[in-house]
Write a protein that binds this ligand. Structure first.
Ligand code: WTA
Length: 649
């Protein structure tokens, strides 16, 4: 890792925003949390574990003797669904709204905690009738509807780990996952609504099942009423089986380390990794962070994570964290621009959403569409904004703060991964003076650092690899069926230290700047730079809506910077002047070293369905190779357009 002073300046940021005094005074988490955790980390987690209800108390907080296989809250027994549902009803909160469901086309459902208890109990009884037992894996391939939550919690109630497969995945992706973790029971829907059209789900499952003879039943929710093929030996309608079940179901307590779910995530090789989370630690991690980072006041707030339940963000901050805390959430089926580009803000206004959590890619779309759209809605209910999933460009952060948060709401940039289970690095909104683009500090109880190649902590101002030096409750326990890959991927770079695969920098104040995946870090003439830093500079230009940067092989400099840029709608021309303008803009805002070798104006960028830019494909274009596998793209025609533009220019 470089110690080059020019690079040290790259993440310099003069703007900072202290928490508003009234927010700070009423905040859940005060500065003392850091002190308590630093004085006694294990004791701190023991205290956080009291947020949830244990049928049998644990006797040991952490057993770290069989490294890297951690056990948390050893000896404790609990049921995750009981914690998320029953106990709130027992505590007299049955009438509190758990979800305001908003369908894409405007259909709505309000689900209280009592409703949730009834629906989850019926679903658990149905699964039992159909032979699902503790330990069986259940695959869930659903749209963003309440039954998805009912299905997950019904599994949790029975101790049957769910594996939710994002509703945009293909039949072969479903089959791979089903086979990898030995699923025999699948829950799906006929289809869903997406961008004003019907999307098919059941037919995709049917295709996947051709390759999965071991699946004995597919339980199908009727969402759209579209025609579906039916296999009488295998398929069952949810409403026929679940609706007639008794409304009472007694949950059983499971060991703290009983698997709660498996979530597949792509790694550096082709085969997805089955990231396994267990019950006690995961629930403690999600409940604690939802309290500390989102400052949740369950009797007042309306919380909205605008993400899909098919990703970890949805698992932790639509389902388990908010429900464990007895909060009220919005569950939205659709996309931000259907039927119009003000849809999100209409929802914020309608439900008086007070906390919004979303991804930078969405924020950049809103920037592109212009500030006038959110300005048409009453967003005064918002009091806190969060960001997750990728580095947030300082300009996007500033736009979010100003045009969505009215310069009044703290912005928390939260760093974590599917593997982490819950947020690890983030401001505490009532304590931390935030800087646009920085995730700031590890949360209380989290010991993160930035290492150089030799495993030494870098000096402030320098960059290296993001690591976590001590185990944390919601950490992944293993990769399903592949302990060797678990050890190799996360624990082999440095002994007994978790390697996150992200590059990061610690600035002179000790604040963390996550620069993106290590393979997104560029090396130009021996200078390390992140794609994110150059992208942020480009996005800061008034004509730019979105930018992606990749490193392409260059004989002289090792790597050269290639930029792909979407212009704002107000910037009408895509000619040479804009390109020259942008090149000198990057040169002047970062330095000559960061000047892109070429800048290509493109109509769109290749993104996965979770919104991550697939730089690998852009790199193929930049290096003049045949473009690789595009099957995980949300819209695979994007690459054709980009390549066509490349040939014409
Ligand atoms: C990236 C999503 C910068 C990072 C919860 C990480 C971020 C990967 C941030 C995990 C952030 C997530 N700033 N980068 N605030 N949050 N990332 O598993 O590269 O889908 O390794 O989990 O997203 O993505 P995953």
């Amino acid at each position: 890792m470089t110690n080059n002073p020019t690079i040290q300046e790259l993440s310099h940021e003069d703007r900072s925003f202290p928490p508003p005094a009234d927010f700070a005074a009423a905040a859940n988490a005060q500065a003392v949390e850091y002190e308590k955790a630093a004085a006694d980390r294990i004791g701190y987690w023991e205290e956080q574990a009291q947020r949830i209800s244990w049928e049998t108390p644990f006797d040991t907080v952490l057993d770290w003797s069989d490294r890297p296989f951690a056990k948390w809250f050893v000896g404790g027994r609990l049921n995750a669904a009981y914690n998320c549902v029953d106990r709130h009803v027992e505590n007299g909160l049955g009438d509190r709204v758990a979800y305001y469901f908003e369908g894409e086309s405007g259909d709505t459902r309000t689900i209280t905690y009592s409703d949730l208890l009834r629906e989850v109990s019926k679903a658990a009884n149905a699964l039992t009738e159909l032979g699902v037992k503790t330990g069986d894996r259940v695959a869930i391939y659903m749209p963003m509807i309440p039954e998805t939550v009912f299905a997950m919690l019904a599994c949790a109630r029975l101790g049957a780990p769910h594996t939710v497969i994002f509703g945009g995945f293909s039949a072969s992706a479903i089959a791979d996952r089903v086979k990898d973790c030995g699923v025999e029971f699948v829950i799906t829907a006929d289809g869903g609504y997406r961008k004003g059209k019907l999307s098919a789900l059941k037919s995709v499952v049917d295709e996947a099942m051709e390759d999965c003879p071991e699946v004995r039943n597919v339980l199908v929710v009727r969402r759209t009423g579209q025609d579906v093929d039916w296999n009488d030996d295998r398929d069952l309608w949810w409403h026929e089986v679940v609706d007639r079940q008794p409304e009472i179901h007694t949950p059983e307590a499971f060991d703290s380390e009983h698997p709660l779910y498996i979530m597949y995530s792509s790694g550096t090789t082709g085969k997805p990794k089955g990231i396994m989370h267990t019950t006690g630690g995961y629930l403690v991690g999600t409940s604690f962070t939802h309290w500390a980072v989102f400052d949740i006041k369950p009797d007042k707030d309306v919380f909205w994570t605008a993400a899909d339940i098919g990703w970890v963000t949805g698992h932790s901050y639509i389902v388990y964290g908010p429900l464990a805390n007895g909060a009220t959430s919005v569950l939205y089926e659709g996309t931000p621009d259907t039927p119009h580009r003000g849809r999100w803000w209409e929802i914020v206004q309608k439900y008086k959403v007070s906390i919004l959590y979303c991804a930078p890619t969405a924020i950049r779309s809103f920037m592109k569409w212009g500030r006038d759209i959110p300005a048409q809605y009453d967003l005064s209910s918002l009091r806190l904004l969060g960001s997750v999933g990728e580095p947030i460009n300082p300009e996007a952060w500033m736009w979010y703060r100003e045009h969505i948060g009215g310069n009044r709401c703290p912005v928390v940039d939260t760093w974590w991964q599917t593997e982490n289970g819950s947020i690890l690095i983030s401001p505490l909104p009532g304590v931390t003076e935030t800087k646009p683009g920085s995730a700031m500090r590890p949360l209380p109880g989290i010991v993160a650092d930035v290492f150089d190649d030799e495993g030494n902590s870098v000096e402030p101002g320098n960059g290296g690899y993001l690591v976590v030096k001590e185990p944390w409750p919601s950490m992944l326990r293993t990769l399903w069926g592949d302990e060797e890959r678990f050890k190799k991927t996360y624990w082999s770079q440095y002994p007994e230290v978790y390697f996150a695969g992200d590059g990061a920098k610690i600035d002179r104040d000790g604040d963390f700047w996550v620069l993106g995946r290590v393979d997104d870090v560029l090396n130009v003439s021996g200078h390390r730079m992140s794609t994110a830093e150059i992208e942020s500079a480009l996005v800061a230009h008034p004509k730019v809506a979105e930018a992606a940067v990749v490193g392409a092989k260059d004989e002289m400099t090792g790597q050269a910077i290639e930029a792909f840029v979407i212009l704002r709608e107000s910037a009408d021309d895509g000619g040479d002047d804009v390109v020259n303008d942008l090149r000198s803009h990057v040169r002047s805002s970062i330095g000559p070293i960061a000047t892109p070798r070429s800048i290509m104006i493109v109509p769109d960028l290749p993104k996965t369905r979770s919104g991550k830019i697939m730089r690998r494909l852009l790199k193929d274009v930049a290096e003049n190779r045949e473009v690789g596998d595009v099957t995980t793209l949300a819209d695979s025609s994007v690459m054709d357009l980009i390549q066509k533009g490349m040939k014409e220019s």
